[in-house]
Design a protein around this ligand. Sequence first.
Ligand code: NDP
Ligand code: OXD
Length: 309
Amino acid sequence: MKITVCLTDLRPDSWVADLRSALPDAEVEPWAPGAPQADHAVVWAPPQTFIDEQPRLRGLFNIGAGVDALLGLRLPPSMRIVRLDDAGMGVQMAEYVCHALIRHFRDFEGYEADAREGRWSFRKPRDRMDFAVGVMGLGVLGQRVAQAISTFEFPVLGWSRSPKQIEGVECHAGRESFDAFLGASRVLVNLLPLTDDTRGILNAKSLSRLNGGRPGGYLINVARGAHLVERDLLSLIDAGQLAGATLDVFETEPLPPEHPFWRHPRITVTPHASARTVREVSVAQIAGKIRAMERGEPIAGVVERDRGY
Ligand code: NDP
Ligand code: OXD
């Protein structure tokens, strides 16, 4: 069995070495143009040339959870696309979102500013019942995040395509319940995949519904930059309708130095770092799935191309 590794903007050496250890019977090589046809590929943002030169791959294993970049390529119908399921990202995403939520709720930014000035002053405690958190996307990461938030006793709502029942989470599903979900949420966390249905879903109309249409809504976007209409967010914050945002993903990455998000006092920026791929866990997961596929067994995380995730 041949495995090729094509990781744009990342060095493949450690991935190749770890895959060789995990699959000692396989021939694992980094991809270069003209390489022989492989059976499976481990990829991150591969170029179209790679797909065109490897048309008989059976499995295309993405080293991330989001497959929007892969689905933008022309892919033979026989090629199965497989995303990472958690693989160490769930706990990181839970940490990131809880940190951003609590930093905003407790105004730790204000305390940090006070500390820089040597000022001893308190904030009035706020009622967490007024800070309902809505999680868009209740998949592998969204469910993990919703459950983590609920341990801090915030009211938690969730929104997905198909109906769900999750303890401690008021679950909504489908477009028809979107407005009710938004209106009942004050802090909005985005963990949707980027698809034709979800592109631009965070816009002036949807974001101004937060908190029942009253000022004070807050956005945490950790999914994809193209979910957000960036100028709409800026207008709503500058008009005082939204209290601010924590953003990990952007329409253009790296975020250009001149972008207004960098210096906006109500926006916190991180460089697509909320949940990093953990190589050791990911290699173990991918190797397990390749072995199962070779035995003809079903595997988790196969992307349904029609729905886009
Ligand atoms: P999943 O595929 O497991 O979950 C996706 C969820 O979104 C599901 O609950 C699904 O509903 C819901 N959904 C999809 N389309 C719609 C729609 N049109 N309306 C309502 N709900 C919808 O994905 P993950 O949880 O693993 O990951 C989510 C995203 O997070 C990734 O696609 C990626 O873009 C991003 N990500 C970002 C990272 C970062 O570092 N910033 C790291 C990892 C991931 P249903 O359950 O009904 O199918
Ligand atoms: C992912 C990501 O999709 O890192 O896994 O964004």
